[in-house]
Write a protein that binds this ligand. Structure first.
Ligand SMILES: Cc1cc2nc3c(=O)[nH]c(=O)nc-3n(C[C@H](O)[C@H](O)[C@H](O)COP(=O)(O)OP(=O)(O)OC[C@H]3O[C@@H](n4cnc5c(N)ncnc54)[C@H](O)[C@@H]3O)c2cc1C
Length: 718
C-alpha cells in the first residue's frame, strides 16, 4: 500500500512537473488559445472524432491532475464544438477528471488525514455521511469555490466515489453551460474573468443555496406526508404533552414551563421514573451501605482494634426506601405543579400527532390536543428467552428492591455496569454471588486493565466471576435451583437461591400509539429520531432511554433540552443534539469514570493517541484515606496536550472526572490543568499530577540541556 502510494505520488509529481516544464501553462493561456483558435478549428473540421477524443482525454488529464486551465478548455470546447456537443464533452470530461482527482487524493491522503484528525473530523464525517450530496451540490454550483479544491478535499471525506461523480456532474452542469456558451463567442471575450458578471455570480449563489432550500422542502414534504392522514385540530389545549416523568420527561416539562408553555406531564407509574425508584438512587443507597460494611470489616486497616458490622438486610433495604422518600420531593407532583406543569397520574396514548388520550389512575379518560409531544417513556430490563428462566422465577433491577431477606446464593446474569454494581453490593452483605458473563471480561466497554482492577476487587469481596460463560438453561434438581452455562464447549453447573437478570435494558416503544402513528424503531429497538430528536412528525420528539443511544440519567436530561426546545420551537429554529462529550461512571469499588475515548475505542477508530497514566496509589490523600489504589489514564493527541479521553479508576472517580469533562467540552488541554491550583491534600490533585506526568514526558530536552550548561557556567564551572 505504502509503496503504491509512493509510486502514484511520483507519477503525479512527474506529470505535473512535465506540464510546467513543457510550457503547458503557457499553451493554456487565454491569449494563446485565442491566437490558436483558427488552427484548432481547422483540426476539428479535418478530424472531428479524433479531435473530440483527444480534447476529452486532455480535459480529463488537466482536471484529474488539478492543473490550471480547465475554465479555458471549457471556453475552447464552446468555440470548437458548439454549445450542445461542447457541453456534453466538458460535462463528462470534467466529472471524470474531478473523480480522478478525488480518487488520487483519497488514495494518497485520506487514511493519514482520518487517522491524524479523525476525532476532530467526526462531526464533518457524520455530516458528509448524512448530507454530503447536498453539500457537494451546493459547492459545485458556486463558482467562487475552486473546482480542484472541492475534488481534493472531498477525497478526504467518507463520501462514496459514485455519489461524488454523479453529484458533481449534476452540480457542475449549470456552470458548464454558461462557460461553453461564452466560448461560442470566444472572439468577443477579452478575459475569462469577464464571463462571470456580478449578476451571474449572484444567480449561481442563489442556485447554490437551492439544495438547502430543496432540503427544507423535502423535510416539509415528508412531514406533510406523515401528517396527511390526520386531521389537525383548529386549536390546541396544550403546547406540549410529555409522556413519562423520569429524568427525560421531568426536564422536558421543566423547560416547557420555564418558557411559559402550557405543559402536561403524564406518568403511569411513579414520578421520578427509573432513576429515582428502581435505578440510580436505590442502587447508590445500597452501594453506600455495602461500602460501610466493607469498611467496618477493614477496621484494622484504619487502626481500630475491632468493629462489628452486625446488620439486618431488611433494615438496609428499608434505608434504601427512606433514601428514595427523601429524594422524592425533587421529582414530585407538588414541585412540578409549583413550576407551572400540570401533572397527571395515568397512562398516555398518542392517538394522533396532536392528540394524547390519558387513562387516569381513577379510570377516567381525558383527551388533550397539543401542538407538541415529547416521548420520554424510558426502558425496562431485558429478559432473555433462556429455557426454564420464567418457570424458576427471577429478579430484575425493577423487582430487587422488594427483597427483605438476603439470598444466600445469588446468580447475577450480566457483567455490565448494573450487574457489576449489584454483584458487589450483595457480596459485601454476605451473599455468595456468582456473576455470569458470556464475554471474556466484565465491563467490556472499558479498557482491560480497568476490568481487571474491578475483578481483582470482586475476588477480594468473595465474588465468583465466571466470564466466557453463556447461560443455557435453568432447572430445579432435587429441590435445588441450577443454572447450566456453557463454558469452552462444556457445561458448568451453578447452584443458587435467586437469580438477578441484568443483561441490558430495552426501550418502551409499544402500547402507547407509536405503531399506529407509524413511528418506527431503530435496529437497537429505540424510537427512531433524526439528529434533532424529532420523529417522522416534527412536533413529536423523544428523549432519554426510549431514544438512546446512551442510557444514563444525565444524558436523558441533556437530550430533554433538545427534545423540548425542538418540539416547541422547531418550526423556527432547531438544535442538533450534541453528543460530543458524554461522561459516565460505574459505581463499583473501585469506582470507574470515563469521558471520551479509551484505548479500545481509539484503536477501533484508528485514532492515534498517547497515553499518560498516574497511579493513585502514590497520592497523599488516597494514602491517608486508606484508598491508595487506582489510576488516572489520559489519552491525548500525539505531541499535543489536547485530551481525547480520560478513564479514572478509584475513590470518587465520578466526581474527579468533572474537571476533564469541562476541559474536553471547552477545549482546555493538560497544560491548563497543570497550571491550575488544586487544593492539598485532595483526590483531585491526581488530575494535576497526570497533567504533570504528561508534561515531564514532553519536556524540551534540548532546551533543558542548554539550561544545564547555562547553570554550570553560572556556577563558574567550565
Ligand atoms: C439499577 C440501575 C442503576 C442505574 N444507575 C444509574 C446511574 O448511576 N447513573 C445514571 O446516569 N444512570 C443510571 N441508570 C440509568 C437511568 O436510571 C436511566 O438512564 C434513566 O432513568 C432514564 O430516564 P428516562 O426519563 O429516559 O426514563 P425512565 O426514568 O424510565 O422514565 C420513563 C417513565 O415513563 C413512564 N411511562 C412509560 N410509558 C408511559 C405511558 N404510556 N404513559 C405514561 N407514562 C409512561 C414510566 O412509568 C417511567 O416512569 C441506572 C439504571 C438502573 C436500572
Amino acid at each position: 500500500m505504502r509503496q503504491g502510494r509512493v509510486i502514484v505520488l511520483v507519477v503525479v509529481a512527474l506529470l505535473v512537473g512535465a506540464f510546467f516544464a513543457f510550457g503547458g501553462h503557457h499553451a493554456l493561456s487565454f491569449d494563446n488559445i485565442k491566437a490558436q483558435q483558427a488552427s484548432i478549428q481547422a483540426l476539428f473540421e479535418a478530424n472531428p472524432w479524433t479531435t473530440a477524443c483527444v480534447f476529452f482525454l486532455a480535459y480529463v488529464a488537466v482536471t484529474g491532475l488539478s492543473l490550471p486551465g480547465a475554465a479555458l478548455m471549457t471556453l475552447i470546447a464552446g468555440a470548437i464544438f458548439g454549445l450542445g456537443w461542447g457541453t456534453l464533452i466538458v460535462s463528462f470530461a470534467s466529472s471524470a477528471g474531478a473523480t480522478l482527482a478525488f480518487v488520487v487524493s483519497r488514495f494518497l491522503l485520506r487514511d493519514w488525514v482520518q487517522a491524524r484528525f479523525g476525532h476532530q473530523l467526526r462531526s464533518i464525517n457524520d455530516g458528509v455521511a448524512r448530507e454530503g450530496g447536498f453539500y457537494l451540490f451546493t459547492l459545485r454550483l458556486i463558482p467562487a469555490v475552486p473546482f480542484f479544491v472541492i475534488n481534493l478535499v472531498m477525497g478526504l471525506t467518507p463520501m462514496g466515489t459514485w455519489r461524488f461523480y454523479w453529484v458533481s456532474q449534476l452540480g457542475m452542469l449549470a456552470g458548464t453551460i454558461v462557460y461553453v456558451n461564452a466560448g461560442t463567442q470566444l472572439a468577443a471575450i477579452d478575459s475569462p474573468m469577464g464571463i462571470l458578471s456580478p449578476g451571474l455570480i449572484g444567480a449561481f449563489v442563489l442556485l447554490g443555496i437551492f439544495p438547502l432550500i430543496a432540503k427544507r422542502a423535502v423535510e416539509f414534504g415528508k412531514a406533510r406526508r406523515a401528517f396527511a392522514r390526520w386531521t389537525r385540530p383548529a386549536r390546541f389545549d396544550r403546547n406540549v404533552v410529555v409522556i413519562g416523568a423520569g429524568a427525560g420527561g421531568l426536564v422536558s416539562a421543566m423547560i416547557g414551563a420555564a418558557v411559559r408553555a402550557k405543559v402536561t406531564l403524564v406518568e403511569k407509574h411513579r414520578m421520578g421514573g427509573d432513576c429515582l425508584n428502581t435505578g440510580c438512587v436505590p442502587s447508590k443507597a445500597l452501594i453506600k451501605s455495602a461500602r460501610v460494611v466493607d469498611q467496618i470489616r477493614r477496621a484494622q486497616d484504619y487502626g481500630l482494634k475491632q468493629a462489628s458490622a452486625a446488620f439486618d438486610f431488611a433494615d438496609v433495604m428499608e434505608r434504601v426506601q427512606r433514601v428514595i422518600k427523601t429524594v422524592e420531593p425533587h421529582d414530585s407532583v407538588e414541585r412540578y405543579t409549583a413550576m407551572g406543569v400540570e401533572c397527571l397520574e395515568g397512562e398516555a396514548k398518542i392517538v394522533s400527532p396532536w392528540t394524547v388520550e390519558i387513562t387516569l389512575a381513577n379510570g377516567q379518560r381525558r383527551t388533550l390536543s397539543t401542538r407538541a409531544i415529547v416521548i420520554a417513556a424510558g426502558a425496562r430490563p431485558f429478559v432473555p428467552p433462556i429455557p426454564g428462566l420464567e418457570e424458576i422465577g427471577y429478579l430484575t433491577s425493577d423487582t430487587i428492591w422488594a427483597l427483605r431477606a438476603l439470598p444466600a446464593r445469588l446468580v447475577v446474569l450480566g457483567g455490565g455496569p448494573i450487574g457489576s454494581e449489584l454483584t458487589q453490593a450483595f457480596a459485601r452483605f454476605g451473599a455468595k454471588v456468582t456473576q455470569v458473563e458470556m464475554l471474556p471480561r466484565i465491563l467490556m466497554r472499558e479498557d482491560p486493565e480497568v476490568s481487571d482492577a474491578v475483578m481483582r476487587r470482586f475476588a477480594q469481596d468473595g465474588v465468583d466471576v465466571r466470564v466466557n460463560h453463556t447461560a443455557k438453561r435453568f432447572l430445579v434438581e432435587n429441590g435445588e435451583k441450577v443454572l447450566i452455562a456453557e463454558h469452552q464447549g462444556r457445561e458448568a453447573r451453578i447452584e443458587f437461591d435467586a437469580v438477578l437478570v441484568a443483561v441490558g435494558r430495552i426501550a418502551n416503544t409499544t402500547g402507547y400509539g407509536l405503531e399506529e402513528l407509524g413511528i418506527r424503531t431503530t435496529p437497537a429497538r429505540t424510537v427512531e429520531t433524526n439528529e434533532y430528536l424529532q420523529t417522522i412528525y416534527p412536533n413529536i420528539t423523544a428523549c432519554g432511554d426510549v431514544a438512546g443511544p446512551y442510557q444514563f440519567t444525565h444524558v436523558s436530561a441533556h437530550q430533554a433540552w433538545y427534545a423540548s426546545v425542538n418540539a416547541l420551537f422547531g418550526t423556527f429554529k432547531k438544535f442538533r443534539a450534541d453528543y460530543s462529550v458524554i461522561p459516565w461512571a460505574t459505581f463499583t469499588d473501585p469506582e470507574i469514570a470515563r469521558v471520551g475515548l479509551n484505548e479500545i475505542e481509539a484503536k477501533e477508530r484508528k485514532i492515534p493517541y498517547e497515553v499518560t497514566v498516574y497511579g493513585i496509589d502514590d497520592l497523599d490523600r488516597a494514602i491517608a484515606d486508606g484508598e491508595a489504589h487506582g489510576m488516572v489514564k489520559v489519552l491525548t493527541v500525539p505531541g499535543k496536550d489536547r485530551i481525547l479521553g480520560v478513564t479514572i479508576v478509584g475513590e470518587h472517580a465520578g466526581d474527579l472526572i468533572a474537571e476533564f469533562i469541562i476541559a474536553m467540552r471547552h477545549g482546555l488541554g493538560l497544560n491548563k490543568i497543570l497550571g491550575t491550583i488544586h487544593i492539598y491534600p485532595t483526590l483531585a490533585e491526581a488530575n494535576k499530577y497526570v497533567a504533570g506526568a504528561w508534561k515531564r514526558a514532553h519536556a524540551p530536552e534540548t532546551v533543558l540541556r542548554w539550561l544545564a550548561r547555562f547553570h554550570t557556567w553560572m556556577r563558574g564551572d567550565r
